[in-house]
Design a protein around this ligand. Structure first.
Ligand code: GLN
Length: 197
């Protein structure tokens, strides 16, 4: 069975861990390059993307993570995690260089002050049942998606859940919603990817 890492440099990594464990997934926290070598897939949590980007460099994880992403490691970034994976970040810090694994452009804190945080039901492609409770906290806005990026959910006409090959990104926090269905979809995609090889 696949082992799923949760990048544990900063942010809501414990919550992701708990959701994955509730799905009976074997989970490991990733803080240094050796931890990354031991996992088959990775979740990058929400938090503060400027801090997390800095920690990516100081931990020595940037180069090995970029390589794993190039090799097609299934990866799911939520909120700040999506910002880290993006190709281009607007309103980021000038020294904030993203990993460029997901060909989208995001604007940090794109919902502005008025709607800093909100919760809304979102319809997700492939999810049966009730709308997914989308928890948005100082969320980024996806302003551009390149050809080949699947938009799995949108809110107010903007993509909020996207996938490009094995890399997934959500502008909201599925780990804070109490609903396991999106993590379950991601975990299923890992198992499918494993079956291909
Ligand atoms: N606004 C944060 C950032 O720029 C993201 C917020 C979040 O992850 N909840 O990193």
């Amino acid at each position: 069975m696949a082992k799923v890492g949760v990048l544990a440099l900063q942010g809501a990594f414990r919550e992701h861990r708990e959701v994955l464990e509730a799905l009976d997934v074997s989970v490991a926290e990733v803080r240094v390059p050796e931890h990354l070598s031991a996992v088959d897939a990775l979740v990058i949590p929400g938090g503060e993307s400027t801090t997390m980007t800095r920690l990516l460099d100081t931990s020595g994880l940037r180069a090995p993570l970029s390589e794993r992403l190039r090799d097609g490691m299934p990866t799911f970034g939520t909120c700040a995690g999506l910002i880290l994976l993006a190709a281009e970040v607007r309103d980021g810090r000038s020294d904030q260089v993203p990993l460029g694994a997901l060909p989208v452009t995001v604007r940090r804190n794109g919902y502005g002050r008025q709607r800093d945080s909100f919760e809304t039901g979102i319809t997700v492609v492939g999810l049966a049942g009730a709308p997914f409770p989308g928890v948005f906290i100082r969320a980024p806005v996806v302003e551009f998606v390149a050809a080949g990026v699947e938009v799995l959910a949108a809110h107010d006409g903007r993509p909020v859940l996207v996938r490009h090959g094995r890399v997934w990104g959500a502008t909201f926090h599925p780990e804070l919603s109490g609903d396991l269905r999106i993590h379950q979809q991601f975990v299923q995609s890992i198992n499918t990817a494993e079956g291909e090889s």
